[in-house]
Structures are given as structure tokens and as C-alpha cells.
Design a protein around this ligand. Structure first.
Ligand code: MEV
Length: 425
């Protein structure tokens, strides 16, 4: 049976589900139930979610947690985090508490410039193109006047338009390289609208516009966050050794791409969770962050650490194009609430908060990896998940957690211990 369909988008939600169930699930009724049990009973809220994307047939929940005790630039925060991975929120909370008694996190936005490009092909004389651009430049700003009006009122707009010769990379390839300040919005729609207006105005017979689009590589939209303290205040058991191994762990991630990718993945655990909770575009953040990690030509750590004069310092520098207005930020009730929880920050403040979430997560991972190892915490979570799956009672749960305190946790071992316990009773 063919599985193609035409006019699918015109079907209503139930018809879409029916088509799916009959085409892919052999008319299994349970499929419909699974999908429908995630519908929100509040029709207004469900309509809102339906309209975020196309062909919505259900909602896909992510746990929404909070990590308290963050002190950033002397201010207290509880971070909202939307993430499915266990241990991330717990780690963030622990690290937040740890650093709150050591001066907290310091963060600073270095720059906020965003970038868009009009990519085009031109075979003629370069000087003619340069003259054409010079004559046109003012007009290119003018044609965006209506689009930039509100943004200019808020202190943003187009910063500059440059003509860039890219013919050494690709024959006949040039671009208009446009820089933007988008203040509190991420600005994707704004940037793309400006670029398309600029491209329309710039196009002529011998200039073939290929495309106009923002760049998610934003090395000039950069934030720095750090923690520091005396080495002796760092760790209860052997601070010197801990600090030394911690710095070595960062150095390894700087020297070795395989490790760097995992190291940065851990950073993104914290970053994405706050980015998602605040209604920002985590794919854009991910793409930009990894490109930045590879800016030297080899993929490196996004964080750094050193020990100087007995002071341990750990910091991150990361491009983060986020917004606190526009997009989903105020549309999704939980994003709106997340931003409120953070005190309705400006985009700059949100950049600082998110960078701190990444730094904290990396601190937690490296602290675990260089001391007890990562599995101890993970397996504890794994144990509770298995216990839950087995349907154990509270007493049985308590018994199993104690029983596995100093034993290796495997799925089989837990099932065996549970069966024995239940059998014994
Ligand atoms: C797991 O999600 C993240 C870690 O692998 C990060 C790291 O290795 O640094 C623990």
C-alpha cells in the first residue's frame, strides 16, 4: 500500500491521526489514545500549540525544572530548565550552591552584533561593482526604513552594509555583509526582511542574487562568564590536586576534538535547557556555538581554566543570539513564565544567565569526571528509573536504594534483587 498522501495539511487533526493510524499502525487504537492523551484539556492552550507548527497532532512534553541558588553579578536567580536528561538540573543546582558561597558567577556581554548576508554572483569588472555598491549604499539603507523604524526607536537597526569579495573561495561569488543590532529580540525575522529588501534594491541584470539570509554564526554576539576562588577553597579533600586535574581536563578538551565534542555537549546541556525554557531557538545557538568552538581551525573547548597565584579561574566565552521579546518568548505561557522568573531580563542579561548555565554544567561534569567519575550519579538515577519501571512500593524502593549503595548497578541485578525481595515477602 502506498504511504503517500495529498492534501494532508487540509485534513483536520483527527483526520490526520486516522490517516496515520491506518497507514502506519495497522489501525491500532492505542496509537490514537497515546496521541490524544497529550492533548491539552484547555482548548485555547491547545489551539496555541497547534498553531506553532504545521500538521500538529499532539504535544511532545519536556520536563520543566528549576535550578535555584545561582548568584550572577551579585543577583540571585532560579534558572528555568527544559530538558529530558536526568542529572542536569540537579548538577546545575549543586554547582550554583557551591559557587554562591565563593563569590558567585560574574558575567559580561562583550558584543551584540548580528550578521546577515545577501549572497550573489557577478561576472563583471570588480571596480564597476564597487562603484555600483558605493552609489547604492545609502539607498540600501533607505529601502529598509519602514522595516527598521521600530527597531531604531529601541536603539537597534542596521549597523553597516559592506561589499565582500568572495571570489577566491568561489568563482564570481560576492556578498553584501550586513551587521545588525537587534536589542532585545533575537531578530531573525527582522534581519531576513531587511536582507530581502536590500537584495531587491541591489539586484540588476548582471547581479544574480542567490539568497538572502541571516547567519547563525555570530562571533560578535559574545558573552563571557566566569567563576574564581582560592585553590584552597575549591574542594574539601585535596584542593591542589582537584584544581590541577580540572585544568588538565579543560586542556585535554582544548587539545583533542573527540573529547572537546563531549565536553561542549555537556556545556550545551545547561545552555539548551535554559534556551528552550525561555522560548529561544536552540538549533541556532547550537550551530553558532559549535562553529565558534572550531574558529581556530580545530574543534576546541568552549571553556577555559587556569591557576594563577593560587587562584583557580574557570570561564566560558560563547556567542549567544537570544531574545527576550518576539518569537516564542512571550507566546508560549511557560517561556513567558520563565522570563518572569528571571525578572524579565534584557537579551543581554539573558545571554549572561545562559552562559552561566553552560559554565555551571561544565563545572559539574568536570568535577564528577575528575573525582568520583560520572557513572556514580548517573547510575543512581538509572536505579530509580528501573525501580519505577518495576512498580516497586516506597519501602521496596528504599530497600533497593540502600542495597545498591555499594554495589554495581545493572538492569539485571536490580530486577534480580527486586524479584528476590518480592519473593521473600
Ligand atoms: C552528558 O550528557 C555530558 C557529559 O558527557 C559531559 C562531559 O563529558 O563533560 C557528562
Amino acid at each position: 500500500m502506498s504511504k503517500t498522501v495529498s492534501g494532508f495539511s487540509k485534513l483536520n487533526k483527527l483526520e490526520k491521526i486516522d490517516w496515520l493510524v491506518s497507514t502506519y499502525f495497522n489501525n491500532e487504537n492505542s496509537v490514537k489514545q497515546v496521541l490524544m492523551q497529550y492533548w491539552n484539556s484547555n482548548p485555547v492552550l491547545q489551539d496555541l500549540h497547534d498553531d506553532f507548527i504545521e500538521n500538529t497532532i499532539s504535544n511532545f512534553y519536556l520536563p520543566f525544572g528549576v535550578a535555584p541558588n545561582f548568584v550572577i553579578n551579585g543577583k540571585d536567580y532560579t534558572l528555568p530548565m527544559a530538558i529530558e536528561e536526568s542529572s542536569v538540573v540537579a548538577a546545575a543546582s549543586l554547582v550554583a550552591k557551591f559557587w554562591s558561597t565563593r563569590g558567585g558567577f560574574k558575567a559580561e556581554v562583550i558584543s551584540t552584533t548580528k550578521i546577515g548576508q545577501v549572497h550573489f554572483m557577478y561576472e563583471g569588472e570588480k571596480t564597476e561593482l564597487q562603484n555600483y555598491f558605493a552609489d547604492k549604499k545609502e539607498q540600501l539603507f533607505k529601502v529598509t526604513d519602514a522595516i527598521t523604524q521600530n527597531m531604531r526607536k529601541r536603539g537597534g537597526g542596521i549597523l553597516d552594509i559592506e561589499l565582500r569579495d568572495k571570489t577566491s573561495e568561489l568563482e564570481n561569488y560576492y556578498q553584501l555583509y550586513v551587521t545588525f543590532e537587534t536589542v532585545d529580540s533575537m531578530g531573525a525575522n527582522f534581519i531576513n526582511s531587511c536582507l530581502e529588501a536590500i537584495a531587491n534594491e541591489f539586484e540588476k541584470e548582471d547581479i544574480q542574487i542567490v539568497m538572502s539570509i541571516l547567519s547563525n554564526y555570530v562571533p560578535e554576539c559574545l558573552v563571557h562568564a566566569e567563576v574564581s576562588c582560592k585553590v584552597e577553597d575549591l574542594y574539601a579533600e585535596n584542593s591542589e590536586l582537584f584544581a590541577q586535574k580540572f585544568v588538565q581536563a579543560v586542556q585535554i578538551a582544548n587539545a583533542e576534538p573527540h573529547r572537546a565534542v563531549t565536553h561542549n555537549k555537556g556545556i550545551m546541556n545547561g545552555i539548551d535547557a535554559v534556551v528552550i525554557a525561555t522560548g529561544n531557538d536552540f538549533r541556532a545557538i547550537e550551530a553558532g556555538a559549535h562553529a565558534f568552538a572550531a574558529k581556530s581551525g580545530s574543534y576546541r573547548s568552549l571553556t577555559n581554566a587556569n591557576i594563577e597565584n593560587g587562584i583557580f579561574k574557570f570561564w566560558i566565552e560563547i556567542p549567544l543570539a537570544v531574545g527576550t521579546v518576539g518569537g516564542l518568548t512571550k507566546l508560549h505561557p511557560l517561556s513567558k513564565l520563565s522570563l518572569k522568573l528571571l525578572g524579565n531580563p534584557s537579551a543581554k542579561e539573558l545571554m549572561e544567565i545562559i552562559a552561566v548555565a553552560g559554565l555551571a554544567q561544565n563545572f559539574a561534569a568536570l568535577r564528577a569526571l575528575t573525582t568520583t567519575g560520572i557513572q556514580k550519579g548517573h547510575m543512581k538515577m538509572h536505579l530509580t528509573n528501573i525501580i519505577k519501571q518495576l512498580g516497586a512500593s516506597e519501602e521496596e524502593k528504599e530497600y533497593l536504594i540502600n542495597y545498591f549503595e555499594n554495589k554495581t548497578i545493572t538492569h539485571n541485578a536490580v530486577v534480580e534483587a527486586y524479584n528476590k525481595l518480592v519473593g521473600d515477602n
